[in-house]
Structures are given as structure tokens and as C-alpha cells.
Design a binder for this molecule. Structure first.
Ligand SMILES: Nc1ncnc2c1ncn2[C@@H]1O[C@H](COP(=O)(O)OP(=O)(O)OP(=O)(O)O)[C@@H](O)[C@H]1O
Length: 710
């Protein structure tokens, strides 16, 4: 066994040596070509291709591949070792075979989908399904051109049992730095299916905490760019994430995968960019104050304002509102450019209702006004004298302006304000009465009161963007080739349906976890609310049930919270990675700060790179941060205000920890004074506990909630 390992090690050492030499030679050949700096467009493109290749090769030379797969095609094909890396490298001079195969190439899919067994393996290539035998699957760790580790996860010729998860467990056991990382060397079969799913499908993915949803979505983008390079471009892909800190946290994965230019945004930033106006938004902290700081929050129903404003019913009402506006758009008057000339309203209506019917409202108004102007010019041509023509022209210009002012102003916020003003004063036109009757009073009260202060809430943005979309022609620059919605349980059907107008072929990756739905007041409660927006052949559903982030002990602890505390909670299956038991630490009010401090110090002694204290509320995080800082503890506060994610040692309210992860976590105040015995608080705690990779300590007062196991 040891001998086998030695010879495998030597073989890989030699192979690495040879690969690195060949990559260096390719680089050398490229560097011999003088850099083109002239103005010829074709040459510029060729130069940019060479520059890209130089960069890829330099990167690749440091760690050319991470895996080897020995595959024999068909029944009699020869066994061929394939080396798989983050970037493909062209053919070797020695055997005319690709030096390194890109992880996204069809044959590389076997490296992920093949999980052992004697049967033939199959992968899908452009020319059809290819079948053959896998002989070896080997993980190879290379760092700065040095071979660091080998692990065979399958060997057809070995009598030893396969150790499929061994390398994965080794990877998962590493401490985390500040940012999310790529997982190309250990993508699991269930994740690979999502990454490689066809482009024009709305994928809905329910993934338990730590199942790699965010990571998988980012790898999927890299895959789509590779597989559909003729049809998609990076700058036409977007990933929507909940906040700027989260965007910063995930910002390094795509560059690591050699992918640039993909837009990464919050929905709110994107919406404001579409609306091209400075809209005053109610700060998110006010919403969080209401829902998380306040223990006396109301129950969530379909009439909860954010839920209602995210519903398809509201979307439909907005559409009807715009339709009614269409009926009353043309001013109720003839147009007289000067006293003797009359352009009858009936004629203008004819243009508006028939000739320009296919244009959206704002465009129709533009077209009609241009036509009116042309009509005026025709009339001016038949003026009896030049002096009269000049006089009429002047008058016509003033009257055209006045006539234009009689048309409604097609600006989304103005129209939204007009709608709610009319609703409030009960002065809606008759056709809109049915709309008004359906809107819950709370929605009318809250929206009107914010609009009075000249602000809107984030949950009003889908309606505003929808109004904009119905009014204007969609600019090509705003069309997407693919949209990723992360933390999708916090988005509404209105969000998704609206974005569907902006993406070609319903090409969506929509990922989330209903068990982590701590923003249930605005998000979906069932995935059907989203999947039902698409025709059944246009959508696909994937569950991700394995959790890769946390140890078995942490996952088992978190699963109990779900089982006991959350109705229909979807529990996680842990990877077999064992760690310390979850610690329950009693912490009474009199000695609370002292106890937290002393345990925090114990944790720091373990030299984890990232640790966190999660409090129930932001106010508690602020207070505890101050107390600990006064006692000389170096820890930074995450209060939702900063855009960058610093990593290191943090203190934050549990609801802001969504999406992040830390080597070790202390959750404070896990008692009935802080967490109620209800679904919502159980979800909050579930989110908090599943942030920990290796260690979880629970600090609690006298009485813990029913869903906590002691
Ligand atoms: N196949 C894998 N190999 C190695 N690590 C993985 C794999 N899949 C996921 N991980 C790791 O698991 C952790 C969780 O991944 P990620 O944050 O993408 O999960 P998530 O499902 O979005 O989590 P959550 O919903 O809890 O925020 C990350 O550290 C990621 O690197």
C-alpha cells in the first residue's frame, strides 16, 4: 500500500514537472510575440486574446490542475489519464493531448458525477452520450508548483473500499478566511447537476443551510459562460444578493474561476438604476427594527404589507392601473395650433388607439406628439404668406407645449403617488374602484404615509420598476442572458415575475432555503409561489439536502431546532465530519458579560481565523460590543451599515449573519427572554447555529426555548 502510494506520488511529481515546463514553454512562445499597440481592430482583438492567454497560463502554471480521471472510452478504448484544472491548457507537444482539461468541459463532468461502482460511466458531449469505464479518480493538491497531497477517491484496480468523502472532509476541515471560495476540486454530484443544467430553464433550488447554494450558483455562471459562449456574455448576467456586505463576501469566487464582468447587485440598487431617479428609500434598519428588535411583532399573513406588495395580485392591479391610464391618456380636447386650424381629438385618438397601439404608453405619447408636430408642419406649408407662416409657427410652438402639458406625466413615482392619493381620497375613476377595494387598509396607510414623507420602502420597488417597464420600451442594455437570485426565499413572486420581463428565455437560477425564511413578512412561504410563475416545461426543481459547512454535531443540533420548532422545516444531512459537541453554557444576567468574555477568550486561544458572537438584536450587539471593547477585547461590530466584509472576529445580530459563515460561533441569550417559542424565532436560531463550521457554543439564561436540546 505504502509502495503504491510512493509510486503514485512519484508519477504525479513527474507529471507535474513536465506540465509546468510545457506551460512555461507556451508562455515563453507567447511572450516572444511583440505586444500590439497599433490601431488595427483585428490585431487589437488578437492581442487581447493573447493577453488573456498569458494571464491564464501564468495563473495555471502555479497549480495547473486539481484532479485526475483515468477514462477508457467505449468498450475497447485505451485508458487515458485526464488532468482537470480551473483553466484548460492547450495540447502537449509530447503526446498531442490537452495538457489540462477545463473543469467545465463535458468529459470533466465525469470527475464530479462518477461516485464509484463497476458499471460504465456516461457523460453528455456535443456529439451525444459517451460511455466508458472510469479507472481512477484522484484529487491532487498543488500549491505554487509543489505537489502537496494526493487522495484517490476511486481506483478500479484497488481492493481497498472507495473513500469518496475523504478528500471532501479534509477540505471542509480547513479554517475559512474572509471570503467565500471556489469548490472546483470537490463539487459534489448533486451540485454538479445544478451547475450543468440547461440554460433556458428557471431552476428553483431548495438547499439546506450550508449546502453550497451560493457557491453552486457562482460556479453555474462560470459554466454557462463556457458552455454557451456564443449565446451569453458575462456583462449580461447578474447575481442578486441581499446586501452589499454579502456581495463583498462572495466577490472573490468568480475572479478565482477566471470570470469577470458579471454584475453583482442588490435588487434595490438595480431597480434604482432602471428608474434612473433619486428615490428616497426608507433605511433597511427601520424595517429590521420593526421585525427583529421588537418582540411584539404581528403575525404574518398574505395581507402583511410587504407580502401583499410582493404578490401577483398587486402586480395585476398595477397593470390594470396603467391600462386605465391608457384609456384616459389623450387630452380631452381638439388641438388648435392657431385659431383657424383644428386637429380633432378623434383623429389623435385614432393615432393613439390604433396606429401606435403596439408601443408602450410613454412611447405612444412621444409618437403621437411627433405626429402632431408633423401635422402642424404640413399646415404651415399652406400658409398664405411668409409673415403669417412665421407667426403661426411661433404660436404653434407655444400651443404644442401647452398641449403636451395636458398629457399625464409618465414618471413611475409620480404615477404611484397619484394612485395612492386617489385611493386615499376615494377619487379614483370608476374603473379603478375594484382595484381600490382589494388593497388592504394597512398597505394604503403605510404607503401613503411614506409617500407623504417623500420616501418609499424597498418593497415598493417592484411596483415602480413594473410601472416603468409598462411605460417604456425595454432598452437592450437592460436585457439579461441569465439571472441568479440568491436567498430567494426573501424575494416575492412580483420580483421574479418582473425580472422575467428582463431575462431571455426564463434563464434563472433561483436558490434559497425556506427553513431560513427569517424575512417571511416579505418573502415566499412555498416554492410553488415562484415555480408556478413558469410553464411546467420551463422550470425545474432541485433539492440540495447535504450540508457541507458544519460538523455533524452542529448539524444535528440545528436539525432538532427545525424538527421541534419549525413546521415543515427541511432538515440537513451532514457530511461525515465530526467535531466537538455543541456546548451549552449557562450564563446568568449578573455575570453575563464576564461569562461571554471568558468564553470568547477561550475560543480565541484556538486560533480560528473567523469567529462570531451572535446576539438576538442589534441593540444587544452594540451594547455587548461596547462592553467587550472597554475590556480590551478586539472585536468588530457588524451593524448592517458597512459594505465591506472584514472577516476576523465579529459581533452581530443573528439576523444579519444570514449567508455568512465562521469557524466558531457563540450564540448568546438563547433563552425564552430573547427567543419565543414560535416558528420565526426557531428559524432565527437555526440560521445562527448553522453559521458555524467547526464549533458552536450556546449561551443561555434560566429557561431555553422548547426547540433547544440540552
Ligand atoms: N462541494 C463542496 N466542497 C467543498 N466545500 C463546499 C462544497 N459545497 C459547499 N461547500 C462549502 O460549504 C460552505 C457553505 O456554502 P454556501 O455558503 O455556498 O452554502 P449556502 O447553501 O449558500 O449556505 P446558507 O444558505 O447556509 O447561507 C462554504 O464554505 C462552501 O465552501
Amino acid at each position: 500500500m505504502e509502495d503504491n502510494f510512493q509510486s503514485a506520488y512519484q508519477e504525479e511529481q513527474d507529471k507535474l514537472q513536465q506540465t509546468v515546463v510545457e506551460i512555461d514553454e507556451q508562455l515563453e512562445r507567447l511572450s516572444q510575440i511583440p505586444v500590439y499597440t497599433g490601431h488595427d481592430f483585428t490585431e487589437q482583438i488578437l492581442e487581447s486574446g493573447r493577453e488573456q492567454q498569458r494571464q491564464s497560463l501564468s495563473k495555471s502554471a502555479q497549480a495547473p490542475y486539481f484532479g485526475r480521471l483515468d477514462f477508457a472510452e467505449g468498450e475497447e478504448g485505451a485508458r487515458q489519464p485526464l488532468y482537470i484544472g480551473k483553466i484548460g491548457v492547450g495540447k502537449s507537444e509530447v503526446d498531442d493531448q490537452p495538457l489540462v482539461i477545463d473543469w467545465r468541459a463535458p468529459v470533466a463532468s465525469l470527475f464530479y458525477s462518477f461516485t464509484g461502482g463497476d458499471e460504465a460511466a456516461v457523460y453528455e458531449a456535443p456529439e451525444g452520450f459517451i460511455q466508458g469505464l472510469v479507472y481512477l479518480k484522484r484529487n491532487i493538491v498543488i500549491h505554487q508548483r509543489m505537489l502537496e497531497r494526493l487522495a484517490d477517491t476511486y481506483d478500479r484496480e484497488s481492493t481497498e473500499p472507495a473513500v469518496t468523502d475523504e478528500f471532501l472532509v479534509y477540505r471542509l476541515g480547513e479554517n475559512k478566511d474572509n471570503k467565500l471560495r471556489d469548490i472546483v476540486s470537490t463539487i459534489q454530484a448533486e451540485q454538479d447537476r445544478i451547475i450543468r443544467a440547461a440554460k433556458n430553464t428557471a431552476l428553483v433550488i431548495q438547499g439546506v443551510a450550508g449546502s453550497g447554494k451560493t457557491t453552486v450558483a457562482l460556479h453555474r455562471l462560470a459554466f454557462l459562460l463556457y458552455q454557451y459562449q456564443e449565446q451569453v456574455s458575462a456583462d449580461k448576467m447578474i447575481i442578486f444578493a441581499p446586501n452589499h456586505m454579502f456581495l463583498d463576501y462572495i466577490s472573490e469566487v468568480l475572479p478565482e474561476l477566471g470570470v469577470g464582468d458579471i454584475q453583482q447587485s442588490t435588487f434595490s440598487d438595480w431597480a434604482q438604476q432602471i428608474l434612473k431617479s433619486d428615490i428616497r428609500l426608507v433605511p433597511q434598519s427601520e424595517t429590521y427594527d420593526y421585525w427583529f428588535e421588537n418582540t411584539d411583532r404581528p403575525a404574518v399573513t398574505d395581507h402583511t404589507p410587504s407580502r401583499y406588495k410582493g404578490s401577483l395580485v398587486f402586480m395585476q392591479l398595477i397593470r390594470q392601473y396603467i391600462e386605465v391610464l391608457e384609456q384616459t391618456a389623450v387630452p380631452d380636447m381638439d388641438f388648435n395650433p392657431w385659431d383657424e386650424a383644428i386637429l380633432p381629438q378623434a383623429e389623435i385618438l385614432e393615432w393613439f388607439n390604433n396606429e401606435y397601439k403596439h408601443y408602450p404608453l410613454a412611447k405612444r405619447k412621444e409618437r403621437v406628439m411627433a405626429r402632431v408636430h408633423r401635422w402642424v408642419e404640413m399646415q404651415l406649408k399652406i400658409a398664405p404668406s411668409e409673415a403669417i407662416r412665421k407667426e403661426r409657427k411661433k404660436k404653434a410652438a407655444q400651443r404644442e407645449k401647452a398641449y403636451l402639458n395636458k398629457w399625464p406625466k409618465y414618471e413611475p413615482l409620480t404615477l404611484y403617488k397619484q394612485l395612492f392619493k386617489a385611493i386615499k381620497s376615494n377619487s379614483l375613476t370608476e374603473n379603478l374602484q375594484p382595484i381600490w377595494e382589494q388593497i388592504p387598509t394597512d398597505v394604503i396607510k403605510i404607503v401613503s404615509s411614506e409617500l407623504k414623507k417623500d420616501r418609499i420602502r424597498e418593497d415598493d420597488l417592484p411596483a415602480l420598476v413594473y410601472i416603468h417597464t409598462l411605460l417604456h420600451e425595454m432598452e437592450a442594455e437592460h436585457r439579461f442572458d441569465h439571472v441568479v437570485m440568491d436567498e430567494a426565499q426573501d424575494f416575492s413572486p412580483f420580483h421574479v415575475s418582473l425580472l422575467d420581463h428582463y431575462v431571455r428565455g426564463s434563464s434563472f437560477t433561483i436558490l434559497g432555503d425556506l427553513s431560513q425564511g427569517i424575512h417571511a413578512y416579505r418573502g415566499v412561504h412555498q416554492w410553488e409561489e415562484i415555480s408556478s410563475l413558469f410553464a411546467s416545461e420551463q422550470t425545474d426543481y432541485f433539492p440540495l439536502t447535504r450540508s457541507y459547512r458544519s460538523t455533524m454535531e452542529i448539524i444535528e443540533f440545528a436539525n432538532i431546532i427545525l424538527n421541534k420548532g419549525v413546521q415543515n422545516g427541511i432538515t440537513a444531512v451532514p457530511v461525515f465530519r465530526s467535531g466537538d459537541p455543541v456546548q451549552m453554557i449557562p450564563c446568568l444576567p449578573d455575570s453575563r458579560v464576564e461569562t461571554i468574555k471568558s468564553h470568547w477568550q477561550q475560543l480565541q486561544a484556538k486560533e480560528y481565523r473567523t469567529t462570531a458572537i451572535l446576539t438576538r438584536t442589534l441593540h444587544e450587539a452594540i451594547a455587548l460590543h461596547q462592553q467587550l471593547t472597554e475590556q480590551g477585547i478586539d472585536i468588530h461590530l457588524i451593524d448592517g451599515g458597512k459594505a465591506a466584509y472584514q472577516g476576523g472576529h465579529s459581533i452581530l445580530p443573528v439576523y444579519l449573519s444570514k449567508g455568512l459563515e465562521f469557524d466558531a460561533v457563540i450564540v448568546t441569550d438563547v433563552d425564552t427572554d430573547h427567543y419565543r417559542n414560535d416558528d420565526w424565532d426557531a428559524k432565527l436560531l437555526y440560521v445562527g447555529c448553522t453559521r458555524a463550521l467547526h464549533e458552536l457554543w450556546i449561551m443561555h439564561g434560566q429557561q431555553v426555548p422548547d426547540y433547544i436540546s440540552r
